[in-house]
Structure formats: structure tokens, C-alpha cells
Design a protein around this ligand. Structure first.
Ligand code: SAM
Length: 212
């Protein structure tokens, strides 16, 4: 089963938005009302809906068509739109809404660890080209120090497969990639107790990077 099939099956059983993540709650006070945010890999839409309910204009992308359709059907508010797309290939998006919006924020929670490094680099290039000057890239993902990294089947020094693919993030490396793309790191942390879910207490990285 590939990653898209895994998430399609997962959201078929978990389509309803749950509460916003602790990362979204941490980020909201840093955002300015009426600015434009794009979420990369929105899943059941919980964080995008939370931002939209707090007066941020949101475009939320996910690869799972059925979930995107469900979310558009249940959220017809003016300031939120769900788009089915590959967030690692937005240079070729057919979405006029994405092409015609100047983004102040790019938000990614638990999605960068689901793509390989080639796709990460392509995504960072798109973010660099499409984020407004002074805008922020907001990232939370599993780190190399996450205990889950030792589980499942190792694929490389940073990748494994449990019930789906993950690539665990090196904080110094992603910071270096962002700095080389003209970003200033205004906040960074690597720790556990930030994204506890049931009995999973992952080590994560959080970054707020400002486009210069
Ligand atoms: C772990 S879930 C996180 C969902 C949400 N951000 C959250 O925190 O609840 C990862 C999500 O990223 C989506 N995703 C992974 N790779 C993607 C890609 N290349 N393009 C679009 N969506 C992708 C998956 O479909 C899934 O919904």
C-alpha cells in the first residue's frame, strides 16, 4: 500500500475534523488576521478550520480527494477552500486559487516527514518563490530523535516504514536548507511533550522561519 492509499483509507474512517493541534494553538497568536495561509497536507482539516475560524484566509491542500470533497462539502465558509493536490509539486498546480494568491504563511504539520528528500527540496523551492517577503514558514515534524525511528523496517539512515513511510528530520539540516533559501529562523525547538497523541509522545522539531 502506498502513502496515498494509506491516508485515503485512514480518512475514510476518520473524516471528521478533530480538535486543533497544539502546534496550531502555538502558532495562532503569531498570525495576523485577514492574511493568507496555505496548509500543506491538511488531513481532516482540523488546523485549517481552526485558523479560518480565527479570521485567517486559508487554502488547505491534501492528496486525498475523498477527504477534500468531504471538507469542501461541510465547510462552505468564504475564507477556507480545500484543494486536492500534491504539495510537493505546486509549481505545476492547476488550481487558479493557489496560482492567484500571495501567501503570507505556509503551514506544515506532520507532513514533511512523509516525503522524501527530493520532494522536500522541491517543496522548499516552491515555498521560497511563493511566500511574501516577511511571510513565515511554520513547520512541525518528527525528528531523528523520535523513538518511532527505531521501530518498523529501516529504509535508510533517516527513513523507515512502520504502517507507512516516514523520514525523520534533522533540525540542523532543515535550518541550513532554509537559511540558504533566504529565510531567517525566528523560532526553533526540538523536544518531546509537544505533540502527545494517545500513547505516542514523539520527539518533534518546530520551526518558524521568516522570508527575508
Ligand atoms: C500525518 S497526516 C497530518 C495531517 C494534518 N496536518 C494534521 O496534523 O492533523 C499527513 C497528511 O499529509 C498528506 N500528504 C502526504 N503527502 C502529501 C503530498 N505529497 N501532497 C498532499 N498531501 C500529502 C496525507 O494525505 C495526510 O493527510
Amino acid at each position: 500500500m502506498d502513502d496515498k492509499e494509506y491516508w485515503t483509507e485512514y480518512y475514510a474512517k476518520n473524516s471528521k475534523p478533530t480538535d486543533a493541534s497544539s502546534f496550531a494553538e502555538f502558532i495562532l497568536p503569531k498570525l495576523t488576521e485577514n492574511k493568507n495561509l496555505i496548509e500543506l497536507g491538511c488531513g481532516n482539516g482540523r488546523d485549517s478550520i481552526y485558523f479560518a475560524q480565527n479570521s485567517i484566509n486559508v487554502i488547505a491542500i491534501d492528496q486525498v480527494q475523498t477527504e477534500v470533497d468531504y471538507l469542501n462539502e461541510h465547510h462552505k465558509e468564504e475564507n477556507i477552500l480545500f484543494v486536492c493536490d500534491d504539495f510537493t509539486n505546486l509549481a505545476n498546480t492547476e488550481s487558479e486559487d493557489i496560482k492567484n494568491t500571495n501567501f503570507d504563511y505556509v503551514y506544515s504539520r506532520f507532513t514533511f516527514h512523509s516525503i522524501n528528500e527530493r520532494k522536500e527540496d522541491r517543496t522548499l523551492d516552491w515555498i521560497e518563490s511563493n511566500l511574501c517577503k516577511g511571510g513565515c514558514f511554520l513547520l512541525e515534524a518528527r525528528s531523528m530523535n523520535d523513538p518511532m525511528f527505531k521501530q518498523g523496517r529501516a529504509l535508510s539512515e533517516t527513513e523507515n516504514f512502520t504502517n507507512h513511510y516516514r523520514r525523520y528530520m534533522d533540525l540542523a539540516k532543515i535550518i541550513s536548507k532554509l537559511e540558504s533559501r533566504n529565510f531567517e529562523i525566528v523560532y526553533k525547538i526540538e523536544d518531546n511533550n509537544l505533540a502527545v497523541y494517545k500513547d505516542d509522545n514523539p520527539y518533534v522539531i518546530r520551526i518558524v522561519a521568516k522570508k527575508l
